[in-house]
Ligand binder design. Structure first.
Ligand code: NAG
Ligand code: NAG
Ligand code: NAG
Ligand code: NAG
Ligand code: NAG
Length: 486
């Protein structure tokens, strides 16, 4: 490198830094499409990497399930619109105590806002608190908690800026045609109160809508109606013709709201998406078809038969796979991500909905563990292998081995190897976690079989390699610059 190049380098770096800074602060148009960002993972992707992933893909809205400090810190100054959440466990306390509501708002909202802060615009009070499976546990607390949070937000002068809402599972509705829709009998009174509150504060109701669950739980559900292909399956309801399950669900919600006296409350889709593994129908082809159809439908600005021309707002579920989610809903539950756990796009998705041939951008600078896998000794006795695999799967994620999963057909001993490796990566490749009573072997050759990917975990240490390295380089360059100029 010549001396002139050495002189030029620091300026170039500074310019790059400024450019990068500038790009990060460009105002963005807020899209009708957001993403749910959950992090129930053994080793979540570091929030600064996720925020860069959002920005590089032009994603301008996210919905969180809590008010995680690291996540909100990473969102500071990004301009990305944020919905934060209050977990159900906190509802009772907040419902009965305005001091608890004040404390929540002060630690979890106000402290992240202000100049250069996070752009928090919504607080979701509870998450599906009226789910039938919860019985009446949260029914009496949700509305009072919403009211207390709203009052606390108003007290700090953010009443117009930050809206208070509640995400509902579609099971608050009875299953009928849209024009006859109503809330479940036990939900009529709670929803009347909540709808009145939402109407008075000009806030939307969030409804989570899952055509995937309708399709897989009801053998008579017409497959095409879950998607956005057009016309082969339609639902004729009086004057209106429904061509997809999403439009029907939104209009059901609108009718039910009208039924309790509030026809003008806006309905936003809080969660919608399609998983890629762990069950029949949960594969990349179907997920791509659903999500691309959804984006195209939203961006067409057609609206629904009851609200023609009113843009549908929706938060895709989800951004990343989460390998520690409860399996109660099914083995697919850990595979809702448009991106894998490590931020790699699973399939092409054009978020503009304009039919452009666009690939999503992957996460950059992910710090992985070394390229090492744990596999099963193929000479091991079968029942012995199985028992050890079962042990591994008690804590590690083995959902890809489930019926319909990407690894369901790899057979013995490969499926035992998959389980061993999942456990080994979960334990940060600790050598003793690949023992399995002498059946485990560490290998440097990728044991993946076709679509069945044997994963490598994200490293616990050195999570922000990119930026530390970046600033180190910059400092070195500055020092050289100073040294040369004196
Ligand atoms: C703030 O939110 C976190 C995460 O949801 C919760 O654990 C904490 O209790 C909240 N703080 C207050 C004061 O309520
Ligand atoms: C909810 O409130 C109703 C009416 O005040 C009461 O009868 C019911 O027991 C309460 N339920 C719970 C779970 O607290
Ligand atoms: C995805 O699932 C559908 C429905 O079960 C099936 O017809 C299709 O072959 C699957 N595609 C792939 C690539 O597995
Ligand atoms: C592995 O495959 C064998 C043979 O197909 C099957 O019997 C066994 O249940 C599978 N084990 C796991 C953990 O998937
Ligand atoms: C590996 O696991 C063993 C047993 O659980 C534990 O004693 C040891 O400290 C771990 N080693 C590292 C480097 O974490």
């Amino acid at each position: 490198m010549g001396a002139s190049m050495v002189l030029f380098l620091p300026q170039l770096l500074l310019l790059l830094l400024l450019l990068r800074f500038h790009l990060q602060h460009l105002p963005m148009g807020v899209s009708a499409l957001g993403f749910n960002w959950g992090y129930i993972s053994s080793r979540p992707l570091p929030p600064p990497i996720v925020v860069r992933l959002l920005k590089s893909n032009g994603i301008s809205k996210v919905k969180l399930f809590d008010a995680n400090r690291d996540v909100l810190s990473a969102l500071r100054g990004s301009g990305i619109e944020v919905m934060i959440g209050i977990p159900n466990e906190l509802l009772q306390n907040i419902a009965f105590s305005s001091a608890a509501a004040d404390a929540w708002v002060s630690t979890n909202l106000t402290s992240f806002m202000g100049k250069g802060g996070a752009n928090i615009r919504y607080v979701a009070v509870g998450n599906e608190p009226f789910l039938s499976a919860y019985g009446t546990r949260y029914q009496n607390f949700t509305y009072p908690a919403m009211k207390n949070i709203y009052e606390s937000i108003s007290k700090v002068g953010l009443g117009n800026e930050v809206k208070v809402t509640v995400p509902c599972n579609a099971d608050v509705l009875l299953n009928t045609v849209p024009s006859k829709a109503q809330f479940r009998p036990d939900m009529k009174e709670p929803m009347r109160q909540i709808a009145g509150f939402l109407a008075g504060t000009n806030a939307p109701l969030l409804m989570n809508i899952y055509p995937f669950l309708s399709l897989t739980s009801d053998p008579n559900f017409p497959e095409d109606f879950a998607f956005f292909g057009g016309s082969s399956q339609t639902l004729v309801d009086g004057q209106n013709t429904y061509r997809n399950s999403l439009d029907a669900s939104i209009d059901m919600t609108l009718t039910a709201l009208a039924g309790v006296g509030y026809p003008n409350v806006q309905v936003v889709v809080g969660e919608i998406g399609w998983p890629t593994d762990g069950a029949p129908y949960a594969n990349v082809t179907m997920a791509q078809k659903f999500n691309q159809g959804l984006v195209k439908h939203i961006m067409s600005k057609q609206g629904t038969p009851l609200r023609p021309g009113v843009v549908i707002e929706a938060y895709l579920f989800g951004l990343l796979d989460e390998n520690q989610k409860s399996l109660l809903p099914g083995n697919f539950e850990r595979h809702w991500g448009v991106f894998t756990f490590d931020g790699q796009a699973k399939y092409p998705l054009d978020l503009s909905g304009e039919g452009r041939n666009m690939e999503l951008k992957n996460a950059d600078n992910v710090a992985y563990l070394p390229s090492r896998w744990c596999i099963a000794n193929s000479n091991g006795e079968e029942s012995f292998l199985l028992r050890n695999a079962q042990f591994a799967c008690e804590t590690a994620d083995c959902t890809a081995l489930a019926d319909g999963g990407t690894c369901s057909r790899i057979g013995m001993p490969n499926n035992a190897s998959y389980a061993f490796n999942s456990y080994y990566q979960l334990n940060q490749q600790n050598e003793s976690s690949c023992s399995f009573n002498g059946l485990g072997i560490i290998t440097f050759l990728d044991p993946s079989v076709g679509d069945c990917r044997f994963l490598i975990g994200i490293s616990k240490s050195a999570q922000e390699v990119c930026c530390n390295l970046y600033y180190l380089l910059l400092m070195v360059a500055m020092l050289i610059y100073l040294f040369i100029s004196v």
